[in-house]
Design a protein around this ligand. Structure first.
Ligand code: HEC
Length: 218
């Protein structure tokens, strides 16, 4: 049957047959390459993006993330130094200093929206005044009484303590929510490992006339 004249007339010309053979080899090569890789991908964590170094502990991973994501920009009070303002690492991540004396927030006009304190931890804008939280493990004034679940919920949902009021600007929870559970757990593990600093951050102040009114309610 395969040697029937009708069939042999359908055999492709040499010019067509060569590329077809090449395609066949390429498919075979791709297939065996896939099979060769299978055990490797099965034993991997399954995630190809932002993979943690397996030799890193969660605390080390958390330190890396907190440092690179700029949590110190807002949660560590800044002070004036020889090169200009810089984070005061002796008060690392302890939030807005309770003893900082602040006058009324600046009147904002001319296309400006945000007023920031000298410590970079108090923020005024259409939302009123927000104060960067104490992220150290102090029980009474920091995150000492928090658990990892509450922390993950907070940085995912943008809600105070995970389920409360909406978090105010400029806390960038819309970006921290993109972290994996493992990375958020690592950030929490690191924050629980740093020196506890007792510092009671004030509650936020709502705007005078609702959102869009004068910042600070004054
Ligand atoms: C641009 C400034 C800014 C940056 C950067 C920032 N935060 Fe915040 N964060 C704030 C402010 C302001 C608040 C207080 C918001 C409020 O009271 O609603 C806050 C609040 C928080 C809270 C407390 C939430 C609660 O339930 O009260 C946590 C936890 C937190 N930030 C973690 C982080 C972590 C972790 C990072 C780094 C990934 C980070 N923040 C980066 C400004 C910032």
């Amino acid at each position: 049957m395969f040697s029937s004249p009708r069939r042999s007339r359908l055999v492709p010309s040499r010019a067509v047959a060569v590329p077809l053979v090449l395609v066949g080899f390429t498919l075979l090569a791709a297939l065996s390459a896939c099979q060769g890789q299978k055990p490797a991908s099965d034993s991997s964590s399954g995630s190809m993006t932002a993979a943690a170094d397996p030799a890193q502990s969660p605390v080390e991973r958390g330190k890396y993330l907190v440092t690179a994501m700029g949590c110190n920009d807002c949660h560590t009070p800044w002070k004036m130094g020889p090169q200009g303002p810089a984070p005061d690492m002796s008060r690392m991540l302890s939030g807005h200093p309770a003893d900082e004396q602040l006058g009324p927030p600046p009147a904002i006009a001319g296309g400006w929206m945000v007023g920031g304190s000298a410590s970079m931890t108090a923020w005024s804008g259409p939302w009123g005044i927000s104060y960067s939280a104490n992220l150290t493990p102090d029980e009474a004034t920091g995150l000492g009484a928090w658990n990892a679940d509450m922390f993950i919920q907070t940085l995912r949902n943008g809600k105070h303590m995970g389920t409360g009021r909406a978090l105010l600007p400029p806390m960038p929870w819309m970006w921290t929510k993109t972290l994996t559970d493992d990375d958020l757990k690592a950030v929490f593990a690191y924050l629980q490992s740093i020196p506890a600093i007792s510092n009671q951050v004030p509650d936020p102040v709502p705007p005078a006339g609702g959102m869009g009114g004068a910042p600070g309610g004054k």
